[in-house]
Design a binder for this molecule. Structure first.
Ligand SMILES: Nc1ncnc2c1ncn2[C@@H]1O[C@H](COP(=O)(O)OP(=O)(O)OP(=O)(O)O)[C@@H](O)[C@H]1O
Length: 311
């Protein structure tokens, strides 16, 4: 089946000549949760605003559910809901009316049962008659989600849903997102928080300076995350590995002063004990041992820095 959202070589140049997206291509599958990670100014908001039709791409195509976001604007727009970064609610309006009004804007017929369902799902039912100004910041964020869901979109974009919220509310948000996925909604969220991507995403995309640097299943990233490196520092440098260590997958580093062994922390047997024994039996004298863990954060920082170096 074709992807739910197909983004092909999308560029965005703002009026002042700034190129915020430099040819982004990305497929978002039906029913997945994709987290888009990137530093400030990476182009995350620009990308989702373009998909949602708030701003128009300068080049490239975007299909939502097979509908072109420019030529078939209405059909494409109907399929998406957007939860913006900023809280943009009318303070004197009541919760129920806010959500109903949003549905009306899409020309959808009244459906009280559906509005009740989403208000209950977001724990807002008891607050339905409250004015927005009477709600806590966390509840206002829930109202933003209810508004975005009011016209029954298939794809929901959340722009930094947990920026500046406390730990408890962040966990609530993650549960809400998981619940929406169970209902079959495709979810794309932007975030600065690597732990957020780790907690809820099926796939993780990294964007920086208007370019997608990586899109990968979280499981695969976690496998990399589970990798550790053992650095064996030697008293005397070696030019080649002794025979007995040839099949161990060791890497010689720092002009032969260091041997590097990569292993998976998830495995029952890491092979470290026998490796050290073999190194000693081969006549090599150890000077020091160190282990380092590869985290998603390292991968992320490494990618972004590589791009800086290449520029
Ligand atoms: N209307 C605009 N006119 C000119 N430049 C803009 C406009 N909107 C955004 N930009 C620039 O485009 C770049 C990408 O901005 P964008 O808001 O998409 O980044 P972001 O990844 O969402 O960042 P953040 O994490 O800070 O929200 C930034 O350099 C920003 O200054």
């Amino acid at each position: 089946m074709a992807a739910m959202v197909q983004i092909s070589d999308v560029k965005k140049v703002y009026g002042d000549g700034f190129e915020a997206l430099k040819g982004v291509s990305l497929d978002i599958e039906d029913g997945e949760i994709l987290a888009l990670l990137g530093p400030n100014g990476a182009g995350k908001t620009t990308l989702i605003s373009t998909i949602c039709g708030i701003t128009q791409q300068s080049a490239g195509t975007i299909l939502v559910g097979g509908h072109d976001n420019v030529r078939d604007y209405r059909r494409a727009r109907e399929l998406v809901g957007l939860v913006p970064q900023e809280i943009n609610l009318e303070p004197f309006e009541r919760v129920m009316n806010t959500v109903k009004f949003s549905r009306g804007l899409f020309g959808k017929p009244r459906n009280d049962a559906f509005i009740e369902k989403i208000l209950r799902q977001l724990s807002l039912w008891d607050k339905r008659d409250n004015r927005i100004m009477e709600l806590s910041g966390g509840m206002k964020r829930r109202v933003l989600i209810a508004k975005a869901l009011s016209h029954e979109p298939r794809v929901l974009f959340l722009d930094e849903p947990t920026a500046g919220v406390d730990v408890e509310l962040r966990r609530d948000m993650w549960e809400i997102v998981a619940g929406l996925k169970r209902d079959g909604v495709t979810i794309i969220l932007t975030t600065h928080y690597i732990e957020e991507a780790e907690a809820i995403a099926d796939r993780v995309g990294v964007i920086n300076k208007g370019e997608i640097l990586l899109v990968e299943a979280k499981e695969d990233l976690m496998t990399r995350l589970g990798q550790k490196e053992l650095r064996i520092e030697l008293q005397e440098p070696v030019a080649t590995l002794p025979e007995v260590l040839q099949d161990r997958g060791l890497r010689i580093d720092e002009d032969g002063r260091v041997l590097i062994y990569t292993y998976d922390t998830g495995q029952d047997r890491t092979g470290i004990a026998s490796l050290i024994r073999e190194v000693t039996e081969a006549g090599l004298v150890l000077r020091d041992l160190q282990t380092t863990q590869n985290s998603l954060e390292d991968i992320f920082v490494g990618l972004v820095n590589n791009q800086e170096d290449a520029a």
